[in-house]
Design a protein around this ligand. Structure first.
Ligand code: GAP
Length: 434
C-alpha cells in the first residue's frame, strides 16, 4: 500500500486533500492522472452497462433528496454502525471492527456500544433549523426507485430493465482509512434492475456473470465471491453476494450484488402515496417489480486497478548487459491514463519541433504526454511508472526517413513506424485489446 500511495502522490494520481492546510482526515484529491484513470473506469462502465445494452437506461439525480426518501428507505432508522469510545484517550472505534474488549490505542476501558447514524447532515436555506435539515445521499440507489415512475413513463421500458447511475455518495464513517478504500465522500456505480419476482434467480446469476466479466476486463485477479449468510444480510434479501478483494490490509469488500425484493418500491409507494406499480403490457396485471442490485465502488475500482497493475521487474538499461529495476503499471490499455508519450531523442530544435507537431496531431485522437527532459531511458521509466502503453520516439533518423520508433510498455519491444501510418497503427493496437 505504501508503494501505491507514494507513487499515486509522486506521479499525480491521488493527492491528500487540502494538503497546504494540513489536510482533512481521509480526504483525497484525484490529480491529472488519477482523474483520467477514474474517468476511464466510469466511462467504460457506462458504455458497457448503459449505452451498449438495450435494457438499461441512466439517470443523474440530485445529491440531496427530500429527507422523506431516507425515512422510506430505512436509512434514518437503520443506517448506523456500533460506536465505542475509549474512556481514557477518547479515540472512537467501530465495535464490530475491533477484536479486543479494551481500547486498541491505549488499553483503556471502552464505553458500551451505541448506534451511530452514518448519514451526513446539512441545512438547505439560510436558517439552520430542524425543518431545513437534509442529508447528502449515502448511496446513489434510492434515486432509481424515486424516479422509477418518471423513467418508466418517459422511456416505456418493459420489464426486465434497469436504471443506472454513477455519482457521489457520502457516509460519516466512524473509521475511514486505508487510502481511498474507506472515505466519507466516494463514488458509486449502481444499477437497480427491475424484474418479475419469479425470475429473480435467473437475473441474479446474469448480474453475477456481468460482474465477473467486468473484473476480468479491469485486470482484477485476487477476488472472491462471498455468499452473505441469512443472519448477516438485510431481512428483505433472499441472496447477497459480496465481491471481496485481497487488499494488502486484508480481504474486504470491493463490490456487492443483492436481491432487494420489492422492499424499496413498496416503502416508497407507502410513504409517498404514489403508486409505483408496473402494468404488464400482455396481461394488464399490475404488480410491484422486484429488484436485483449490482453495485460497484468507483474509488475501490481505482485502488484495485492500481494494486493489480503495480509490477517491479528487472529491465535492461542502455548499457550493454546491464539491468536495473523498473516499476511498471501494467494497466489494461483501455484503462491507462496516458495512452501515448511523445519523446524527442534530444532537445535540439529540429527534433523537438517535429515531435511537437506529432504531439499536436496525436492528441486529437489519444490522451498524450510530451516529455523532452532527461535521458530517453529515464523517460521510458517514467512512462512505465504511470502505465503508458506506447512511447513514440522521434530521433535523428526520423528527419530523414519520416518514421518513428514505437516502444510497447510490457514487452519493451520497439518497432519503426512511418509517421503517415502512426495514428492508424496505434489505433489498431488499442482496438485489439477491447
Ligand atoms: N446501494 C447499495 C450500497 O450502497 P454498499 O455495500 O453499502 O451498498 C456499495 O456500497 C459499494 O460502495 C461498496 O461495495 C464499495 O465499493 C463502495 N463503498 C461503500 N462505502 C464506501 C466508503 N466509505 N468509501 C469508499 N467506497 C465505499
Amino acid at each position: 500500500m505504501e508503494k501505491i500511495t507514494s507513487l499515486a502522490k509522486r506521479r499525480g494520481f491521488i493527492f491528500p486533500g487540502s494538503e497546504i492546510y494540513g489536510g482533512l482526515a481521509n480526504s483525497w484529491d484525484y490529480g491529472p492522472l488519477g482523474v483520467e484513470l477514474k474517468n476511464n473506469i466510469k466511462q467504460e462502465w457506462w458504455n458497457r452497462f448503459v449505452r451498449r445494452r438495450t435494457d438499461v437506461v441512466g439517470i443523474d439525480a440530485a445529491l440531496i433528496m427530500n429527507p422523506k426518501v431516507w425515512e422510506a428507505s430505512g436509512h434514518l432508522k437503520n443506517f448506523s454502525d456500533p460506536l465505542v469510545e475509549c474512556k481514557k484517550c477518547h479515540e472512537r472505534f467501530r465495535a464490530d471492527q475491533i477484536d479486543s474488549k479494551v481500547c486498541p490505542n491505549c488499553g483503556g476501558e471502552l464505553t458500551t456500544p451505541k448506534q451511530f447514524n452514518l448519514m451526513l447532515k446539512t441545512f438547505l436555506g439560510p436558517a439552520e433549523e430542524k425543518a431545513n435539515e437534509v442529508y447528502f445521499r449515502p448511496e446513489t440507489a434510492q434515486a432509481m426507485f424515486v424516479d422509477f415512475k418518471n423513467v418508466l413513463e418517459t422511456t416505456r421500458k418493459k420489464i426486465p430493465f434497469g436504471i443506472a447511475q454513477v455519482g457521489k455518495a457520502f457516509r460519516n464513517e466512524i473509521t475511514p482509512g486505508n487510502f481511498i478504500f474507506r472515505t466519507r465522500e466516494f463514488e458509486q456505480m449502481e444499477i437497480e434492475y427491475f424484474i418479475k419476482e419469479s425470475e429473480w434467480e435467473k437475473y441474479f446469476e446474469m448480474w453475477l456473470e456481468e460482474m465477473r466479466s467486468w473484473l476480468k476486463h479491469l485486470g482484477v485477479k485476487k477476488w472472491h465471491e462471498q455468499e452473505i449468510s441469512p443472519e448477516e444480510r438485510a431481512h428483505y434479501s433472499k441472496r447477497t453476494v459480496d465481491i471481496e478483494y485481497e487488499y494488502p490490509f486484508g480481504r474486504k469488500e470491493l463490490y456487492g450484488l443483492a436481491y432487494r425484493g420489492d422492499f424499496d418500491l413498496k416503502n416508497h409507494t407507502e410513504k409517498s402515496g404514489e403508486s409505483l406499480e408496473y402494468a404488464d403490457p400482455a396481461t394488464q396485471e399490475k404488480f410491484l417489480p422486484h429488484v436485483i442490485e449490482p453495485t460497484w465502488g468507483v474509488d475501490r475500482s481505482v485502488l484495485v486497478a492500481m494494486l493489480e497493475a503495480y509490477h517491479e521487474e528487472k529491465a535492461p538499461t542502455s548499457e550493454e548487459g546491464e539491468t536495473d529495476m523498473r516499476v511498471v503499471m501494467k494497466f489494461p490499455k483501455w484503462l491507462a491514463p496516458i495512452k501515448v508519450a511523445i519523446l524527442p531523442l534530444s532537445k535540439k530544435e529540429n527534433l523537438s519541433s517535429k515531435a511537437k507537431a506529432l504531439y499536436e496531431d496525436l492528441v486529437k485522437t489519444f490522451v498524450c504526454e510530451y516529455d523532452e527532459t532527461q535521458s530517453i531511458g529515464k523517460r521510458y521509466r517514467r512512462q512505465d511508472e504511470i502505465g503508458t502503453p506506447y512511447c513514440v520516439t522521434v530521433d535523428f533518423e526520423s528527419l530523414e526517413d519520416e518514421a518513428v520508433t514505437v516502444r510497447e510498455r510490457d514487452t519493451m519491444e520497439q518497432k519503426r513506424v512511418p509517421i503517415t501510418e502512426l495514428t492508424t497503427y496505434l489505433k489498431n493496437q488499442f482496438d485489439e485489446t477491447l
